[in-house]
Each structure stands twice: as structure tokens, then as C-alpha cells.
Design a protein around this ligand. Structure first.
Ligand SMILES: Nc1ncnc2c1ncn2[C@@H]1O[C@H](COP(=O)(O)OP(=O)(O)OP(=O)(O)O)[C@@H](O)[C@H]1O
Ligand SMILES: [Mg+2]
Length: 508
């Protein structure tokens, strides 16, 4: 035991005065931290605080402007990702690095292909091993499927498998739980604890304060590119961490009062059916209400939203909008009616990585910015500047391509795009994915103000508190069906779990 204790204290990796500038803008300032062998170090901070940049430097993706890295007490150069890999450093990136047109197993083995003696690829062996790896994550994904056929949660698990394959000494995970829900997070944490037991050192980034406290030994807080603190996780609580992150006291995440909306029904769905995930779904939405859709992953909530938006063909069912029957055949029809849909898959179905902020904002509302055949760039920029202010989007310039924005800030731009279509109904699928705790509060307030101005919002969320804290009515789904509609005081964790699982008294 004593041996283990001294081991725990030995420093494996040290960042010394790491500073990073992009075109003269400093995003990391003199960061010195020591990471001990075999610990789980949490890394937390607001959107744009510099978390991803720091771990990209550790894993050779970026080079520091100043400062150095020490591994095992010796200075090391990590000029690229391959060198990091050789040094035993692997990363699960925040934005997926998967090739859509390749299969799951091909992605897992990309760059590490197993070959036969003849030099040819040993596809069978790669398939087998990839399947084993995913089985360890308790995720029976068919390894022959293309990445494009996977859900975001599945893509995340493929990224994790890819990193695990490297048998790293240091495994860095950048917000791995953002796209996962309760059950999958429990599996991931078990896996992390097993890795730790084997002596692997982990760096774990998350915006979920509870998670950080639950899984980490220590926690590092960054704010605006500076190091604020390194604490034992046992010595801090959620409030302490939040305070350090934002630099002032922080208590309330949800708006004080719930918004109920009016009695008139703006949208009514009757008996919608589409494939296996949408079976005879009926619901109604009132004007100016915030309506929740809860359920476990795979319950069919996203598919239902996609069916409403005309992203999936309806096999049966009827939609009534403002008292009139409507046929929505494609998303354009939906947008024309004033229905917007913020997808849960920001990276796959949302933002355009190479477009800048104004271009991403005006993507759907572009018509408004046309002057003849030309885009009125000034008007576009003006509008986009308003959103940057409204949502506190951290970016050095509007001209930045979206891929250079931090994950949470990309999410805010994506939200701005849908708000800019001036919707009457806005469907928000996991709207605060990757958003820090303070910005969450701002987004909740914003959804609240949308509803107060008469816009009807549907919030699909796997975060129980989000549904409970925000919605006045909640539909719960299980296996493609609506299993309950809860209102007011009925909206509790127990009730939601009961309808989501069919089991009484189960709270995850
Ligand atoms: N390649 C780049 N070029 C220019 N600026 C960049 C680049 N990469 C990151 N930045 C900027 O550095 C800052 C820190 O970004 P980073 O991605 O490290 O934040 P983060 O803490 O990971 O935030 P989030 O929680 O939103 O993921 C941001 O302002 C971002 O726009
Ligand atoms: Mg990040």
C-alpha cells in the first residue's frame, strides 16, 4: 500500500510555463501543472478557457508559443501527434476525427492497421479486435457499419475505442461524456477506473461538475487562459468549482419561474409513424410553452423531431399546424412554416466547419440578406455581431472559421443560426451540449425569453435536470412510443424514469 501511495505522488507529466498564441491572441498564459502517475486529473473551465488547446499541446497537435513539457522528469519535444503516440500519450478529441465513408473497424484501425505476413490488410482480425474493444465498452455496434450510419453517442464510443487501442500511459479525454447518457457514462467511468488501476494516467475534461468530483482525484480550473487552481477533488464541491471557473458566486442554473404558455395548440401530431423508432406518436404543443421530450438514448425522440421536420418520411400520421393540416416533406417546408430544428449532431448535421461566424449564422436565413443576387455582407455581419454579444460567443474575430472556435462556442453559433430564422416553433435537441455551467444559465434564460415572446419550444434532453428545471410539460418516450405526458408537479425524476424504463422506483 505504501508503495502505491508514493507512486501516486510521483509526477509523470509536467507543463512548464505553457503559453499559446493564435495570430497574436493569447489563449493560454503561463500554465504550469504537474500530473501524477496513475491519477485522474480533471480539467474544467468556461467555453473558450483553453482546455482543448492545452491538451492539444500535450498531445502534439499544437505547438506552444512558449514553455515546455516534461515527461518522467525530462524535457520532451512533442512536435506531432505521432511522437505523442510513441511517448504513450493518446487523446480522445472533443470534435470527432472519424471518416464518415469508412466503416467502424477501419476507423478504429486507421493508421494502426493490422497486416498479414504477406503485407495485405488483415481485415478479419481487425473486425474481430474492434468488436472486442467495443464489447468492453458494452456497446455492441456492428463494426461493418459506416461512421455516417452511427448516432453521436456511438461515434463517441468509436473515438474512445480508437484511443484505447494505443495502450497509452496517458489517456486524455476531451468531453467524452457530452454525447453520452447515464448508462453509458457509468460504463465509461468503470472503464476509466479500471485503466487507473492498471496505472494509466488520465486527463478528463467535462462541463459536468458532479462528474468531475465523482471520478477525478484532482481538478484543475482554467479561466481565460490562466491557471486558477489545482485542488484535491475531495476538498471542493460544485459551488467551489463553479466559483473558480467564472470568478464569482454562482448558484442558480434555472430561471426562477416556469413558463406555461397559452391554451391554444400551435402544433398537433397524431399517430406519426416512421420506421422502427417512431411508432404512433401523438403530442401537442401550445403557443409559448417549453415542452420537454425525455427518455433514454434510442427512445426515438430525435427521430420524432426528424419526422416532424421532414427529415424522415412519414408512413402514417397527421400534423396540424395552427389549426390546418400540413404536409412537411422536407426541412425546407418546415422552415417555411416557421419550424426550426437544432440537431443533436452539431458537428455532423449542424455547423459548416470552414464557414466563418456570419456565414454559419445566415446559412438558412440567407434570403433576408440578399440584395438582388448579392449577399449584403454588412447586414449579415451586423446581425452576427448581435448574436456574438447576446450569447457571449468567444472568438477573436468574426472572420474565424468555425473549426477554430471552441466546442461550446460552436454550439452557440449553431443556436444563433436557428434563432435567425425567426421560428414560431423551435425544436432544440440537446441544446446545451458542451456548454459550460454559466453559459447554460444564459441559454436557459434565452429559451425562457423566446417562450415569453410567444415562440413554442420543444426541448429534447437527456439531462434530467434540464427537463425538470425548464419544462412545464414533458412527454416521455420509450422504444419509439410515447409512454406518458407529465405536467407541473408530476415532472419528477422518478416519474420520468418510470415512463422511460417501465420500472417503478428506478432512479439512475
Ligand atoms: N487553431 C486556432 N486558431 C485560432 N484560435 C484558436 C484555435 N484553436 C483555439 N482557438 C481559440 O483559443 C481559445 C480557447 O479554445 P479552446 O478550444 O481551448 O477552449 P475550451 O476551453 O476547450 O472550450 P470549450 O469548453 O468550449 O470546448 C478560443 O478562444 C478559441 O477560439
Ligand atoms: Mg474544448
Amino acid at each position: 500500500m505504501t508503495v502505491e501511495k508514493t507512486d501516486q505522488k510521483s509526477v509523470l507529466l509536467e507543463t512548464r510555463g505553457i503559453t499559446k498564441e493564435f495570430s497574436g491572441v493569447r489563449v493560454l498564459d503561463d500554465i504550469s501543472i504537474s500530473i501524477r502517475a496513475g491519477e485522474i486529473m480533471g480539467l474544467i473551465g468556461e467555453n473558450g478557457a483553453g482546455k482543448s488547446t492545452l491538451i492539444k499541446i500535450i498531445s502534439g497537435i499544437y505547438q506552444p508559443t512558449a514553455g515546455s513539457l516534461q515527461l518522467d522528469g525530462k524535457q520532451v519535444e512533442v512536435p506531432d501527434f505521432i511522437t505523442a503516440k510513441r511517448l504513450g500519450i493518446a487523446i480522445v478529441p472533443q470534435e470527432f476525427n472519424l471518416i464518415n465513408t469508412l466503416s467502424v473497424y477501419e476507423n478504429i484501425y486507421l493508421g494502426n492497421e493490422i497486416r498479414k505476413k504477406s503485407g495485405l490488410l488483415d481485415k478479419n482480425r481487425m473486425r474481430e479486435k474492434a468488436a472486442e474493444q467495443l464489447a468492453e465498452l458494452k456497446m455492441p455496434i456492428d463494426v461493418n457499419l459506416l461512421i455516417s450510419e452511427l448516432s453521436v453517442a456511438e461515434k463517441q464510443l468509436v473515438e474512445i475505442s480508437k484511443a484505447l487501442l494505443l495502450d497509452a500511459r496517458i489517456l486524455i479525454m476531451d468531453e467524452p461524456t457530452t454525447t453520452l447518457t447515464g448508462h453509458e457514462i457509468v460504463i465509461l467511468f468503470t472503464l476509466m477506473r479500471n485503466l487507473k488501476r492498471k496505472g494509466v494516467t488520465l486527463i478528463f475534461v467535462s462541463h459536468k461538475l458532479q462528474e468531475i468530483i465523482a471520478i477525478c482525484d484532482r481538478v484543475t480550473v482554467l479561466r481565460d487562459g490562466s491557471l486558477i487552481s489545482v485542488d484535491n477533488a475531495a476538498d471542493v464541491d460544485e459551488h467551489d468549482i463553479a466559483r473558480k471557473m467564472i470568478g464569482r458566486d454562482f448558484q442558480q442554473v434555472f430561471p426562477q419561474k416556469k413558463i406555461r404558455g397559452t391554451d391554444d395548440i400551435i402544433l398537433e401530431a397524431e399517430g406519426l409513424s416512421s420506421g422502427k423508432m417512431v411508432k404512433d406518436i401523438s403530442f401537442n404543443l401550445r403557443r409559448g410553452e417549453i415542452l420537454g421530450f425525455a427518455g433514454l438514448v434510442g427512445a426515438g425522440r430525435t427521430e420524432t423531431a426528424e419526422a416532424v421536420m421532414g427529415l424522415r418520411p412519414l408512413e402514417a400520421g397527421k400534423l396540424t399546424y395552427n389549426g390546418k393540416k400540413v404536409a412537411i416533406k422536407n426541412p425546407r417546408d418546415a422552415v417555411r412554416l416557421g419550424i426550426g430544428y437544432l440537431s443533436e449532431d452539431r458537428q455532423g448535421k449542424g455547423i459548416v466547419q470552414n464557414f466563418n461566424i456570419p456565414q454559419n449564422v445566415s446559412l438558412i436565413s440567407l434570403k433576408r440578406y440578399l440584395k438582388g443576387v448579392l449577399i449584403d455582407k454588412r447586414a449579415e455581419l451586423e446581425k452576427s455581431t448581435q448574436y456574438v454579444k447576446k450569447f457571449n460567443i468567444a472568438a477573436a474575430s468574426q472572420k474565424m472559421a468555425l473549426r477554430f472556435l471552441s466546442g461550446g462556442n460552436q454550439q452557440k453559433v449553431y443556436l444563433a443560426r436557428w434563432v435567425d430564422t425567426d421560428p414560431r416553433i423551435l425544436i432544440l435537441d440537446e441544446p446545451t451540449r458542451g456548454i459550460d455551467v454559466n453559459a447554460k444559465r444564459e441559454i436557459y434564460d434565452f429559451i425562457h425569453s423566446l417562450a415569453a415572446s410567444g415562440i413554442s419550444c420543444i426541448v429534447i434532453s437527456s439531462e434530467m435536470e434540464e427537463v425538470i428545471g425548464l419544462c412545464s410539460r414533458v412527454y416521455v418516450m420509450r422504444e419509439g412510443k410515447v409512454t406518458g405526458c407529465l405536467e407541473g408537479k408530476q415532472i419528477t425524476e422518478e416519474e420520468i424514469m418510470f415512463h422511460a424504463t417501465g420500472i417503478k422506483g428506478q432512479v439512475s
